[in-house]
Ligand binder design. Structure first.
Ligand code: 13P
Ligand code: SF4
Length: 319
């Protein structure tokens, strides 16, 4: 523990020297989240991270998360330096939606409004009319449906399917998925619910439909976290990355948080309830990056110009 405290202090001093702020996602290692808190930085869901990155006065934003989060920060604040602990931290949704194929898909359906999930590259966002995160996907698609618009949705098929079902919107879906959330299983969850009859079930909408059906609350990471405080249940079964347990437990020390069951087994399951790319954001990498930045995010100016439009639309919509 003493060693960790020292590490934290060293990194906080480096952040100050560089006029940098640390913004972390809830799926990061608890020690990284703790550092974000102690340093006066920020922890949030992907929408809040984007807004914080844009609004902060710091000249450097160090993003502990995955690459699309760093790119979003850069697009929204091209004048800031955006650093990441590693550029290898990607996302299966981003990987599963290469821009060349995505452009062909859009070209084939020119009559549709293009809505992309934030978990995509800046190049994919540059082709979109709207960017959404899980916290506002339903509201934006519902709004577009009411305007009579047909939607082309990418890349997460589960979130897309959930939104389609809830809103009744006409949506054509890309077939991407999150390797972490697609591992949650309805059968095991039903058994667990029977074991914990007082527990509320919280599910991130990147999970399969059968799992979402069993949820008491479906929402973004922040929405799930808030539910742990507003619901009176003493126990919660949580179908999302276990990194979020740090904040849940901190806010409600008296409550019990249980990981929802997954299909994989133990060490063989690289992605069971924990994102392997989020896990790359170690304290050591954060410190090294501040000592000698090697993982700066750069986005081509023409992509910044185009991707800013749907990203700002998202931020304005959610205000
Ligand atoms: P949130 O927008 O809910 O933070 O989700 C981001 C993410 O990557 C979920 O897997
Ligand atoms: Fe991507 Fe899933 Fe990891 Fe989130 S948890 S960053 S959606 S792979």
């Amino acid at each position: 523990r003493e060693q960790i405290e020292q590490y934290h202090e060293e990194i906080i001093a480096l952040l100050e020297q560089r006029n940098a702020t640390l913004v972390a996602h809830y799926y990061c290692d608890p020690l990284v989240q703790e550092l974000a808190e102690k340093s006066g930085g920020f922890i949030g869901d992907s929408l809040e991270m984007a807004r914080y990155g844009r609004d902060t006065d710091a000249s450097t934003v160090l993003v502990a998360g995955v690459k699309f989060m760093g790119e979003t920060a850069k697009v929204l604040s091209p004048e800031k330096q955006v650093l990441m602990p590693t550029l290898e931290a990607t996302c299966s949704l981003d990987l599963g939606c290469p821009v060349e194929e995505f452009n062909l898909f859009c070209d084939a359906h020119p009559d549709r409004t293009v809505v992309v999930y934030a978990n995509t590259s800046a190049a994919v966002k540059a082709r979109a009319d709207w960017v959404v995160t899980s916290s506002i996907a339903l509201d934006v698609c519902d709004y577009l449906d009411r305007q009579g618009e047909k939607i082309l949705w990418a890349p997460d098929q589960h979130l897309g399917g959930y939104v389609q079902k809830q809103t009744g919107a006409d949506m054509l879906l890309w077939n991407g998925s999150c390797i972490v959330h697609e591992e949650f299983r309805a059968k095991g969850l039903r058994e667990m619910k029977a074991m914990y009859p007082d527990a509320a079930v919280l599910v991130h909408p990147e999970s399969p439909d059968a799992v979402v059906e069993l949820a008491d609350v479906v929402g973004s990471t922040t929405q799930l976290l808030n539910a742990t405080e507003t619901l009176p249940n003493p126990q919660f079964i949580v179908a999302t990355d276990r990194g979020i347990f740090y904040k849940m437990q901190q806010r409600s020390p008296e409550k019990l948080f249980i990981e929802a069951p997954t299909g994989g087994q133990g060490a063989q399951c690289r992605s069971c309830a924990h994102c392997p790319w989020m896990a790359m954001n170690s304290l050591e990498r954060i410190k090294n990056e501040l000592l000698s930045p090697a993982n700066e995010i750069f986005v081509a100016p023409e992509l910044i110009t185009r991707a800013t439009i749907p990203l700002e639309r998202m931020l304005n919509f959610s205000n």
